[in-house]
Design a protein around this ligand. Structure first.
Ligand code: ATP
Ligand code: MG
Length: 291
């Protein structure tokens, strides 16, 4: 399997039970993958420099996952090749009371990057159809009856539509969106939780609530599948990436980002003739400086 098998752009349905969470199916060699990832990071860095200089399109990378799938370390790793000036990372936690008094896209729209920049969303508006749907938080919303007194499914079908429209809107506003679901197995999550519990320097990464969420694993997976199948499009594809081996997940993430940057195909601005002539003047002035 290769990146395209993990890409969902509306042309095929996701069946999460059938998709691998590890690298074994792909018959890959770790050393080779590490080398390819390093090469990808170099290319990403070059393209990001051009993206920034060009300033015509922005890139939004959405990261979603169950706990301990490796969102944070993926971000750290991918960022290692990127000029910090050109990228913003935002983590979205449970909404504040101020955020809850607004429409659900409000807090995201505030941090849409300037064109030329990359934004990484560590969790995103997809939480508003994921955790909110799994835990039925919508029923607690302080909103008009006509909004929350609908059947729960109808409420989320509408949100899927709003998200599709929002992503179309961003695409038409000169942005690209890459959506990544780090698909970790339940066994691997257990292993990583135990490591977090047993290693003092990792204790802070663990919270008792993680066990509560784990208890809802099947429900989350059903909803993830539904969400991907309802919000995949050519313009804003989902990548459902096997995440049991971090080195492999990072490689596939780097491929997905590289693919998006190549589609943008950013170019360094070419100076108009008159500015080129002015540069020549400046050059001469510098060369003829006395002292
Ligand atoms: P880590 O992997 O380090 O645990 P995290 O992203 O899980 O990072 P946490 O602070 O543990 O960070 O969790 C953030 C929590 O916020 C998640 O449980 C997520 O479901 C929740 N959350 C995010 N958006 C919303 C939302 N719109 N409504 C309710 N809960 C939300
Ligand atoms: Mg967490």
């Amino acid at each position: 399997m290769s990146l395209k098998d993990y890409r969902f752009d509306g042309s095929k349905k996701l069946d999460l039970k059938k998709l691998p969470t590890d690298s074994k199916h792909d018959d890959v060699d770790k050393e080779k993958i590490l080398a390819k990832t390093a090469a990808n990071l170099t290319k990403i860095s070059e393209l990001q420099d051009k993206l920034y200089a060009d300033g015509r399109e922005g890139l939004i990378i959405v990261l979603q996952a169950m706990d301990a799938a490796g969102k944070d370390s993926t971000i750290k790793h991918v960022m290692s090749g990127i000029n910090p000036q050109g990228v913003d990372v935002t983590s979205f936690k449970s909404p504040s009371s101020e955020e809850l008094t607004r429409d659900f896209l409000w807090r995201f729209n505030k941090v849409i990057p300037a064109r030329g920049k990359i934004a990484i969303f560590n969790r995103s508006y997809y939480e508003d159809v994921l955790v909110v749907q799994v835990k039925e938080f919508n029923k607690t919303y302080h909103q008009a009856d006509r909004v929350i007194n609908t059947k729960s499914k109808a409420f989320f079908e509408k949100r899927y539509t709003h998200i599709r429209n929002y992503e179309d809107y961003l695409y038409d506003s000169s942005y690209r969106i890459v959506k990544i679901f780090l698909n970790v197995s339940k066994e691997k999550q257990k292993e990583r939780f135990l490591e977090r519990i047993d290693t003092p320097s990792k204790n802070w990464k663990f919270s008792a609530n993680d066990i509560v969420e784990r208890g809802l694993w099947d429900k989350y997976h059903d909803v993830y599948e539904d969400v991907v199948n309802n919000t995949s499009s050519k313009e804003a594809p989902w990548y459902v990436i096997p995440a049991d081996q971090k080195w492999y997940a990072r490689y596939l993430v780097s491929e997905a980002i590289l693919d998006a940057l190549k589609k943008i195909d950013p170019q360094y601005p070419v100076m108009p003739d008159d500015e080129q002539a002015r540069l020549e003047d400046c050059r001469n002035q510098l060369l003829n400086e006395k002292n």
